[in-house]
Write a protein that binds this ligand. Sequence first.
Ligand code: HCA
Ligand code: CU
Length: 408
Amino acid sequence: MLVQDNDGLDSEANYYANVLNAKDRPAGLKEVKILDSTLREGEQGVGISFTKRQRLQIAWMLDYFGVDFIEISPIISETHRESLVEMKKAGFSAKIVSHGRALPEDIEIGRKCDVEWVAMYHSISDIHLKNKLHITRDEALNRSIRAIEYAKSHGLKLRFTLEDASRANPEYFKRFLSEVSKAGADRISIPDTVGIMLPIGMKRLVENAKSVTKVPIDMHCHNDLGLALANSLAGVEAGADQIHVTINGIGERVGIASLAETTMTLRLLYGLRRQFRYEMLSELSDLVSNYTDTVVSPNAPLVGKNAYTHKAGTHLAAIIQNPHAYELISPRAVGNSRRVVFGELSGKNGAAFLLKTFGLEPTPETSQRLAQGLKNLRIGDLFELGLTDKLEAEAVSSSEKVAPTTSR
Ligand code: HCA
Ligand code: CU
């Protein structure tokens, strides 16, 4: 095995980048929690509907992976309610959250399933109040406080979500937050429901929240502009201590931050020392894509098929010496695997590797000729090979025969 340094998680190669990223952040950041909403937000994704068995298996695996909360909405259907009950019976370490509207009847459904935590949401933006709920700001607040009091009077822990918070009037947002906190919310979710925020805006929003409440804050960021993870992290830097994710980032429209990207970024770039089973990430991703009709993009970070596929000969030459030349972390750290594409970009290093794989002894001349031959074919990528540990070892010995390389 070529990788010796903890799969690159603490690679020295990243030193200067880490200085620029200011890796050593305040101790608080080492405490970030993860709420997985694959079974709630995820099921709101197009084409996604799990069976009870699938839900239970996903929950088992998420619990084993190490998330703090698993969210599901028992108000959707009887099978969702039954799934929640089974999840409760399974005795997970993760806490189960029953998600619903800020209405006593929704809270009651969760309560009957014997949950400790309920989550309730209420819109607070003017567009939602006017065009979705047809109520005034005061009515929205009163309704929410009544729901919180109902939950509290039944001894439940509750998270209150200020839906569409990023587009709400800032004064109303603060007033709402402080009232909700006073009424007894145990956590508060500040979602970017339509994915409109920039990281700097999200930081300000959380700072505004922090100026009026001490209740712990969740980040729930939608990915409409591809900024879900960046915005979640900005919120965390401003003091939020939990991020909502789903496997493969699935959810309403284009979804929210993904479990893999979020947990690995926290580990790699923020030095979070949580004991997540990162090596399950690819399996979790495959599981959800198999259970749904959703294909994971080959370009998906960490878990995509191309995340560890190397093509240019110069890259291949470098990674067979030290994979961290072009890989942040080892594929095995996230349960993925390394591949090499052969074709017109292979160069003499790729050609030498290929000769060796086919049982031929590469020399500088034969490698050069094969490289030229691959180029002359003019058909781009020819084929792809999984790079096992054995092949890697052989690759090193073949590259030593071709060295020195002039292309770097
Ligand atoms: C929804 C809205 C929500 C809630 C988020 C949360 C959002 O679909 O119910 O409860 O933290 O994006 O605002 O997903
Ligand atoms: Cu959402």
